[in-house]
Write a protein of this length. Structure first.
Length: 328
């Protein structure tokens, strides 16, 4: 399935190139951008991050006057797409749309195939937001404090699903365990969709998932959302407390979105891209679209995104080391 999706993405990319006249592909006197830009999304088409990336790509295309073509390069938790962009020509025509797995995979895998700091240049931050901590409706706990008390009363009996070892969902659990001392069994899946199915079916008791994926299930009372994994509540779930409110100290799991380029990309190209992203983030329709995802819009220079990536990467590495996790 993934190979066929990559083939379709490649055809779309080359088709976009084919419709651009040869002269304009180079641009007048080398002006950037003089040809279509490839924005690699290391997640499958239709996934939450993919939808946001496509929206951003469309808006950037309009702003730059050039096609920004999505190229889904999936596999290995996002590592395949990241590694491909790391090896790309640093000319501003191959970019990577990054999210939390960009750092969790690099932190948890000794041979991820890329280095988030050494091989990439930050371009622009876009947004940050927490995950939702979700439990099956039959779990006898209606608050995070009650869930933790249940876990302490019966250690090793509650099962927690994730999108795989080293995923942001998995490391969120490991952080929770490290900060609270509870014993909850990790059950890795091939993706969070499979974990969600088993949560609804009662085979596992808890997961963390994105706000937009969780909200309809919460509204239909198919799950209970006990907390969000950040330091504060989100507007989409105003009655759901944060981990910090529920006594989970020094534990904040935040997903982020941004754009990076291969290291060595010219500073003027990065400056142009960053400036256009900043303009997008103040547009009413862009703000509305992103806020539906349960995130906080995060404007700023490239250095702001790099700081997020560096802090996230180092934090996960420390957790993995301190907990003695073997994730390869």
């Amino acid at each position: 399935m993934f190979s066929s999706l990559r083939a379709l993405a490649a055809l779309a990319w080359w088709a976009a190139l084919a419709v651009v006249p040869h002269a304009s592909a180079q641009g007048p006197q080398g002006a950037y951008p003089g040809k279509p830009i490839r924005l690699v999304v290391p997640f499958p088409p239709g996934a939450g991050t993919d939808g946001v990336a496509r929206f951003v790509a469309q808006k950037l295309s309009e702003a730059l006057g050039q096609s920004v073509v999505i190229d889904n390069r999936t596999g290995a938790g996002g590592a395949i797409g990241a590694a491909e962009v790391a090896r790309a020509e640093p000319d501003g025509y191959t970019l990577l749309f990054v999210a939390g797995p960009f750092t969790t995979v690099a932190a948890s895998q000794r041979n991820a195939g890329y280095d988030p700091l050494r091989q990439f240049a930050a371009v622009a931050p876009i947004a940050v937001g927490p995950l939702a901590f979700v439990v099956n409706v039959d779990v006898p706990a209606n608050t995070m404090r009650e869930f933790l008390a249940l876990a302490r009363h019966a250690p090793g009996t509650l099962n927690y699903g994730s999108a795989g070892a080293g995923s942001i969902n998995h490391l969120a659990l490991e952080l929770l365990k490290a900060r609270t001392g509870v014993d909850i069994v990790h059950v890795p899946y091939r993706g969070i969709a499979d974990a969600t199915k088993d949560l609804l079916g009662g085979q596992i008791q808890a997961i963390t998932a994105s706000i937009p994926a969780t909200l309809p299930q919460m509204q239909e009372k198919r799950v209970k959302v006990l907390a969000v994994t950040g330091a504060k509540r989100v507007a989409q779930m105003p009655d759901v407390p944060s981990w910090q409110e529920e006594g989970v100290a020094d534990a904040s799991v935040i997903n982020y979105w941004g754009i990076v380029a291969p290291a060595g990309t010219p500073p003027d190209v990065i400056a142009r891209l960053n400036a256009e992203v900043q303009k997008l983030l103040v547009q009413t329709d862009v703000r509305a679209r992103l806020e539906r995802e349960g995130v906080e819009i995060l404007p700023g220079p490239p250095e702001r995104l790099r700081a997020i990536i560096e802090t996230d990467l180092n934090g996960w590495k420390k957790l993995i080391s301190d907990a003695g996790l073997k994730l390869d």
